[in-house]
Design a protein around this ligand. Structure first.
Ligand SMILES: NC(=O)c1ccc[n+]([C@@H]2O[C@H](COP(=O)([O-])OP(=O)(O)OC[C@H]3O[C@@H](n4cnc5c(N)ncnc54)[C@H](O)[C@@H]3O)[C@@H](O)[C@H]2O)c1
Length: 98
């Protein structure tokens, strides 16, 4: 049976490349991202445009901070690659819940 990998932050730079690599290796991939507006969300949607059509990939738009989000995302998953980011350090001080 093919392993299923959950990639959080899947629309981001690291996450989208990880998804691409894992699909090429034959894994099933569930990607999750909330399209945080730290930089232009069009870049994130573009990251997923082509890989989103590949077999073996499913995408869930969700905020990992939402109650029960992680529990639901992890159903049927063998491995988690956790790659979301709150990149600007000053923002983690001024808006720690973001
Ligand atoms: N880019 C690099 O060169 C690099 C190098 C070393 C380590 N890292 C680390 O890798 C991780 C990802 O970096 P990146 O460059 O891909 O950042 P990125 O901003 O391109 O991607 C992060 C993604 O996480 C998503 N995200 C943020 N908060 C979320 C939440 N609460 N729920 C769901 N999705 C959420 C964002 O929408 C975004 O698409 C970070 O922890 C970063 O520190 C990055």
């Amino acid at each position: 049976m093919t392993d299923t990998v959950l990639v959080t932050g899947a629309a981001g730079f690291i996450g989208s490349h990880a998804v691409e690599h894992l699909l090429a290796k034959g894994f099933k991939v569930r990607g999750a991202d909330c399209f945080d507006d730290y930089y232009d969300v069009r870049r994130k949607r573009a990251n997923l445009e082509e890989i989103g059509r590949r077999p073996g990939f499913e995408f869930v738009e969700t905020d990992l901070r939402a109650r029960d989000a992680s529990r639901d995302l992890c159903k049927g998953v063998d491995v988690v690659l956790h790659a979301p980011a709150c990149a600007r350090r000053s923002r983690t001080r001024t808006a720690p819940t973001r």
